[in-house]
Design a protein around this ligand. Sequence first.
Ligand code: T3D
Length: 262
Amino acid sequence: MSASTTVLQTFADSVLSLTLNRPEKLNAFNEEMHLALRAGLERAHRDDAVRAVLLTGAGRGFCAGQDLGNRDPRNGTPDLGHTLDTFYNPNVRLIRSLEKPVVCAVNGVAAGAGANIAIACDITLAARSARFIQAFAKIGLVPDCGGTWSLPRLVGEARAKALALTGEPLAAQTAADWGLIWRAVDDDALMEEAMALATRLAAGPTRGLGMTKRAIQAAATNSLDQQLDLERDLQRDAGRSADYAEGVIAFLEKRKPKFSGR
Ligand code: T3D
């Protein structure tokens, strides 16, 4: 467990909840928060008891991206390539490579890296009052955390360019209508709905869900032939899992399956 309070970890019903916790800065990232998030994601990778992750933010924002208080150019020019390599990119890779579902509950504004971390998650819900802002354009930067990769794939090039070049806020409902996120929900229902979803996924056939995530992500670069081969290989593995056997037996016995995650 991370000792830092910048990301709160709680564990219940096989769900590891990670709450970005610098609310006075709208959960903007400093180095400590990067490392605390990484510790939580590494725990999710390593610990078989964790079968889903829920990522959210404390207070009125989800995440305002980089803490600009640490970037005053009058104190010298930072190497931002180094900070991406060292802090942001490892966490995005941990989210994408985790073979367990990652649900994101965007409780308020998601700006800059905060917006792109939210859309890097597997299923993203947002409070109706939340906004997504590609804030990079306002300060002369380039969308990061995979934003230039995920935005055009999720919403198409025309919308991706308009969002990234203008930095205009996108309302949660429009984000859902455009396919940037899964669903916008009433503010006071967000956490209950997100936790119910994460808990349902955590009770599911974890290996099959993890392989499904891997296959869908691989489709971004695979040909149909490569994807058919990948599906064959993954299906072979899935067919040997305890959860497949349980799923079929439960169907035949007309009862609800009780998946173990194996
Ligand atoms: O640097 C690298 O390592 C490269 C990687 C970069 C990745 C990035 O994310 S670059 C983009 C950085 N983020 C931004 O440019 C967003 C800056 N914030 C805003 O534009 C606005 O705060 C929001 C649109 C997100 C929210 O606006 P609003 O009006 O709801 O809130 P606010 O009043 O602006 O902010 C509330 C407080 O949070 C305020 O503090 P104060 O005045 O009450 O003491 C504000 O300064 C603070 N805050 C918000 N965002 C940041 C922040 N403090 C530091 N860094 C922030 N990014």
